[in-house]
Design a protein around this ligand. Structure first.
Ligand code: ADP
Length: 539
């Protein structure tokens, strides 16, 4: 083999912030702080402070490979920590504060974190859990807070005590850069350990046109939290592309986001469907228009057609994306191809509502119950497997979970059920654990939910399986009502009957005040299954 003769610099996360500080020095990072006021500075200043933070970490004895935890909102301080921690070869372990106490305790102990950077908001939570956390865990406060916790002090003081003469070290690109645990809707959370190489390749992939692309002329607001799957890589992609960053801090309601978007000229937003639903409801109810927003990326759960249409009517392109913690997270986006532009609007909608096609670097396949590969014909449904340089090959210190999820040749079981069409577009029909198995046939809970959400009186919908003596399982539809409306059983079923055969229709419809959600905004079906475990249909 003839070796290429090109530069062999390692792909390190520190490349992003160094690049931004040199070439986009005056581009801003704007944050709504936890304390309230807007904070504004530039990439040059952010890098300077990240260098000081890096030196502070070294002074505190943090060594390469050490796990350093953060429990914080999306603000400039969290951005600095992402770069300072990974930049010295330590592991930026973002912890999701909305998980259950039990899960948080498990995660801290499993990761054996050495240090925690703690937002004042979450001080009471850590005070409560402190006795169960590792004894040698030291805590730095990100903002002033009254607390009984023993701490190393304030982040601002640590940064102020250092000078910014510091060179980002060079090391092996295969070193771990960040750690994120899955939300564990079933079983215990599992650690996904990203490397510098995987993070950089993923950020480059996510920056491609048709993916989560952003330019130096854009203003991006990651509404997705930095405490879950690295806010879809935006701490890396924004500096990589010289994009102005706007951080919403803890205020994610429609009014706060609208004020920030308009004041800062946000052109691109990233978030889960619930965020975009709330944002749209705010605009509609208050007769507001967005003047700078041109696109939003929505992922994490399926988007209802009505939501895509609502944004389309405002001239905002909603891009549907699919991925998971184990995929860094980006797998696919539902961007159209040139040939689709000739199709009618309805056909285009159908494609844009799929989970999309893979970004270069993500291989996909579907298999049946015996592991046999199924055709990519857009009809055949099977379990979806993925593989690639930014997809996990093992869970962190969890051999049992790894054995269940990863094949010896690297294919990862997503637990999602899908079809793949000849153009590579994936249509998710369910989670393997949520699909309703009725008399040997599978009924997609997602399809029924999307159809139910098209009813004007329905705000949110979830379909779960209830056990049935004859059919094994049958679907039960749970909905919440839009303000001021009372959706009725019969008209929802009549609406669904237009699209589904009779045997697929829910056996009953129950209207609830609210649906339980996971920390990341997904409907918590395990809780619903518990709530309706003994449900008997009244017929
Ligand atoms: P967890 O921590 O529970 O793994 P993730 O945020 O990683 O949470 O969620 C991954 C799962 O979320 C996927 O496997 C899939 O089931 C679901 N998901 C993500 N994006 C979409 C989407 N666009 N449409 C439907 N489901 C999605």
């Amino acid at each position: 083999m003839l070796r290429g003769l090109m530069g062999d610099q390692p792909l390190l996360v520190s490349m992003c912030i160094r690049h931004a500080a040199r070439n986009h020095a005056d581009t801003e990072i704007v944050s709504r702080t936890v304390e309230g006021p807007i904070h504004r500075y530039t990439y040059a200043e952010a890098e300077q402070r990240a260098r000081r933070a890096a030196k502070a970490l070294l002074r505190l004895g943090v060594a390469p490979g050490d796990r350093v935890a953060t429990m914080a909102w999306n603000t400039y301080r969290h951005f600095e920590l992402y770069h300072a921690i990974s930049g010295i070869g330590a592991v930026c372990h973002t912890i999701n504060p909305v998980l259950s106490d039990e899960q948080i305790v498990y995660i801290f102990n499993h990761a054996a974190d050495r240090l925690l950077f703690l937002e004042s908001t979450f001080v009471p939570l850590i005070e409560r859990l402190r006795p169960q956390l590792p004894a040698d865990l030291r805590i730095v406060l990100l903002g002033e807070a009254e607390t009984s916790l023993a701490t190393v002090g304030l982040y601002e003081d640590l940064v102020a005590a250092e000078t910014d003469t510091f060179d980002w070290p060079q090391f092996d690109e295969r070193s771990a850069s960040a750690l994120c645990y899955t939300s564990g809707t079933t079983g215990k959370p599992k650690g996904v350990l990203y490397s510098h190489r995987s993070t950089m390749l993923h950020a480059l992939g996510a920056s491609l046109p048709g993916a989560l692309a952003m330019s130096a002329a854009d203003v991006v607001c990651p509404v997705v939290p930095m405490f879950h799957v690295c806010a879809w890589a935006t701490p890396y992609t924004a500096p990589m592309n010289g994009t102005k960053l706007v951080y919403p801090g803890p205020k994610l309601d429609g009014a706060s986001l609208y004020e920030l978007f308009e004041a800062e000229g946000v052109t691109l937003g990233l978030g889960v469907p619930t965020v975009w639903l709330n944002f749209h409801n705010y605009l509609r109810d208050n007769n507001k228009n967005v003047t700078t927003l041109r696109g939003v990326a929505s992922g994490g759960s399926a988007i209802p057609r009505s939501l895509l249409q609502a944004y389309e009517a405002r001239g905002v392109v909603m891009l549907h994306a699919w991925g998971m913690t184990e995929m860094s997270p980006l797998g696919t986006t539902a961007a159209l191809k040139a040939k689709h532009l000739r199709l009618d609007h309805e056909e285009q909608m159908r494609i844009r509502l799929t989970q999309g096609r893979p970004v270069l670097g993500v291989e996909t396949k579907i298999i049946d119950g015996n592991g046999k590969a199924l055709p990519h014909d857009g009809k055949t449904v099977g379990e979806l497997l993925v593989r690639g340089p930014w997809i996990t090959s093992a869970y962190y210190n969890d051999e049992e979970a790894t054995r269940k999820a990863v094949e010896p040749d690297g294919w990862f079981h997503t637990g999602d059920v899908a079809s793949i069409d000849p153009d590579g577009y994936i249509q998710l029909t369910d989670r393997l654990k949520d699909v309703i198995k009725s008399g040997g046939e599978w009924i997609s809970s997602i399809d029924l939910e999307n159809a139910a959400m098209a009813h004007e009186g329905v705000a949110e919908a979830a379909v779960i399986a209830i056990s049935h003596p004859k059919w094994g399982e049958r679907p039960l539809l749970l909905v919440t009502a839009r303000a001021g409306s009372r959706p009725g059983h019969d008209d929802i079923i009549a609406l669904l009957a237009k699209r589904f055969p009779k045997w697929m229709l829910p056996d009953d419809v129950v209207v609830l005040d609210e649906l339980p959600h996971t920390g990341t905004g997904k409907v918590l079906k395990s809780r619903l299954r518990e709530m309706f475990a003994d449900y008997k249909v009244n017929v």
